[in-house]
Design a protein around this ligand. Sequence first.
Ligand SMILES: *[C@@H]1O[C@H](CO)[C@@H](O)[C@H](O)[C@H]1NC(C)=O
Length: 264
Amino acid sequence: MSRSGENAPLAWWHAFLVFACCAHTNGTQKIKVEAFVETLCNDCHHWMLEELRPVWLDQALRDKMDLRVYAFGNANYVGSDVTCQHGQKECDGNTAIDCAIKHFAPNSSAHFAFCMFENIQAVQVKDDMLRAVKSCGESSAPGEAIEPLLRCLYGTEGRLETALAAKATMATGNRYTPWILVNGVHSNSAELDFRHALCVELPDASRPASCRETSLIRREAAPHGHFGCPNPWSEDQRKLGRDLEVVEASSADVRPHGAHGAKM
Ligand SMILES: *[C@@H]1O[C@H](CO)[C@@H](O)[C@H](O)[C@H]1NC(C)=O
């Protein structure tokens, strides 16, 4: 065996350490945030409006993160249909958000989601849902065409977007919602105090002004003693529906085989 052969793993390990070091301290590296929510869970309502929204409105801090929201939460496939924790209205609200994420620009879909979380409680019938979706689209996503969103909501596309959100959600093994991953790792502190969780991830030099002082002290207590809507399904009860096969078949050319269950 040559010496260079023996050293190769060491060189690789060294390269890894350099990468690990600088990926963190380099201020241009964004914090990856994945939020798994459902529209009628009170703690999701709280997290979206009181934790995420203030951070989203803080441009300097928003620029430090790469956010992806998945609306599926504690739902599951029973037969070929999705069953949601809080009924069909929740499923439709989730799909509206998943469709908006697909069709709208990021800022528009974020504000659309905030608007839906604010208004969905008052929805009683399908017509109210359509009204809420239209009105949230107009007020929160000006300049975005609403027709593609409405077609997505009650059509095949909405089922497929839901299937993708389901796949990403189930891969996390979430025990409750909201379930937040920071750089791929479940973060209870991001669920309880999102600003704090982001600020502590950032190196001193790249912390925006809003990270100073109080936001570096973590709020410990959940708003009402316990946190999250518990997931009623066990790991083996949760399963993906056939819609996912349609998605995977239509994207087989771009997706590597064996990627089932991988995080998106
Ligand atoms: C984001 O969207 C909201 C709601 O439509 C709007 O008020 C705000 O100006 C937008 N912000 C940016 C940076 O585009």
